[in-house]
Design a protein around this ligand. Structure first.
Ligand SMILES: *Cc1c(COP(=O)(O)O)cnc(C)c1O
Length: 422
């Protein structure tokens, strides 16, 4: 039945993987709700929502219908010179949902590319304003913004996945988040000294995801807004992970009451159905490009920009968000994760257990054996894929309490949480 796996395996280059030593991937037959069904019939409860995308669960009938309807109308048309309702409706709805005047939506196909576009917007904003020399970025230790070459330069150089490439690309200012007065003063000093060469600050608001699921207070974001304004640099929020309900608010920026100049969205934008991303700019940014001068335009346009199928999926996903059940689900999941992961505090090697919205994290002192743990979780009917020093859960919002119980029990068991604490 899995003939395709053996025959294709010599030809498929897998992600983030030393293929010589990594365990074989699990062959998937289909998905359903919060379940991944393997070719051998085993059902895994999904604790990761496919890299944080499948917020409404897999195969949601409302999203599936929107995509199927669009598939027969027009699966794709180029976005240069042509327009279609799925993209125009989606842009209007995103602008209405996002805070402040984040009103100008530029679509792309992946998160990394939307970050690249946000970086380009920020650099060209200053050029179009007649300010020269502002082409660098300030980003933060523990941060992750993508795998393409330019986004690699703003990831954490040590914790990130790209340390081998240091020196290949121009270096940026990757510094400590202003978590306290000292780090705030250090950032203030850096901006005072180097502000002339800085286009923007970029941060993952509320939680730095792939860099280690590191949570910070909303106050940190308010400090960043103040510092950005004081030193006249732009502020970019990368909400590719946090957007669409994951932290308990539809967008972290809205929950924190801080409006960035540009925001990037992807991952759960289509409810995990199709690849789509967006860089959304405020009015001030957009206006710097609005000119009689052709050179002032943003010269970017991915081939599959605003793919109609993906935009239709995103529109249907927004319908589900507007129906509103997700809020209670995220609160329910947060409670279950807190209760279910807390006993792991007593397990060997564990240094912290934390939750934020529908995110639960168990952090170890050192990097875990992700492949080995992943296999043990699968044997217990769970799809949980640890990352660096953390074992974490980011389940689909539709997951049931029983399914959540299966995930947290598997983590307790595999990590060896003390029986008395369970
Ligand atoms: C996943 C992620 C990206 C990169 O998105 P891709 O679609 O994988 O290119 C960028 N920023 C953040 C915060 C992410 O979580």
């Amino acid at each position: 039945m899995t003939d395709w796996l053996d025959r294709g395996a010599p030809h498929v280059w897998r992600p983030y993987c030393q293929m010589k030593t990594a365990p074989a991937p699990l062959p998937v037959a289909r998905t359903d709700g919060a379940r991944i069904i393997l070719e051998d019939g085993r059902e895994l409860v999904d604790g990761i929502a496919s890299w944080w995308t499948a917020c409404h669960g897999y195969n949601h009938p409302h999203i599936a219908k929107a995509v199927a309807d669009q598939l027969v109308r027009a699966p794709h048309v180029m976005f240069g010179g042509l327009a279609h309702a799925p993209a125009y409706d989606l842009a209007r709805r995103l602008a209405a949902l996002l805070p402040g005047d984040l009103d100008h939506v530029f679509f792309a196909e992946s998160g990394s590319v939307s970050v690249e576009i946000a970086m380009k917007m920020a650099i060209q904003f200053w050029i179009n304003r007649g300010v020269s020399g502002r082409s660098k970025f300030v980003s933060f230790l523990g941060g992750y913004h993508g795998d393409t070459l330019a986004t690699m330069t703003i990831c954490d150089p040590e914790e990130g996945m790209h340390s081998l490439f240091s020196g290949v690309m121009p270096s940026q200012h990757v510094v400590a988040l202003p978590l306290d007065r000292d780090s705030e003063a250090a950032l203030d000093a850096l901006l005072a000294e180097k502000g002339y060469e800085i286009a923007a600050l970029i941060v993952e608001p509320r939680i730095q995801g792939a860099g280690g699921m590191l949570i910070h207070d909303d106050e940190v974001l308010r400090r960043l807004r103040v510092l950005a304004d004081r030193h006249e640099v732009l502020l970019i929020f990368d909400e590719i992970f946090t957007g669409f309900g994951r932290t308990g608010d539809l967008f972290a920026c809205q929950g924190a009451g801080v409006t960035p100049d540009i925001i990037t969205l992807s991952k759960a934008l289509t409810g995990g159905t199709l690849p789509l991303s967006a860089a959304v700019a405020s009015r001030r940014i957009f206006e710097a490009f609005w000119s009689d001068d052709a050179e002032a335009a943003l010269m970017h346009g991915p081939t599959y920009m605003a793919n109609p199928l993906a935009c239709a999926a995103a529109g249907a996903s927004l319908d589900l968000f507007e129906a509103g059940d997700w809020k209670a689900d995220v609160a329910r999941i947060e409670l279950a994760l807190r209760r279910g992961l807390e006993p792991c505090r007593g397990a060997a090697g564990v240094v912290d257990v934390r939750t934020l919205g529908a995110i639960g994290v168990v952090e170890f002192e050192t990097a875990v054996d992700a492949g080995g743990l992943c296999q043990q979780f699968a044997e217990l009917g769970c799809w949980i894929r640890p990352m660096g020093k953390v074992v974490y859960l980011t389940p689909p919002f539709v997951i049931t309490d029983a399914e959540l119980g299966r995930l947290t029990a598997a983590i307790q068991k595999v990590l060896g949480a003390p029986a008395a604490a369970r």
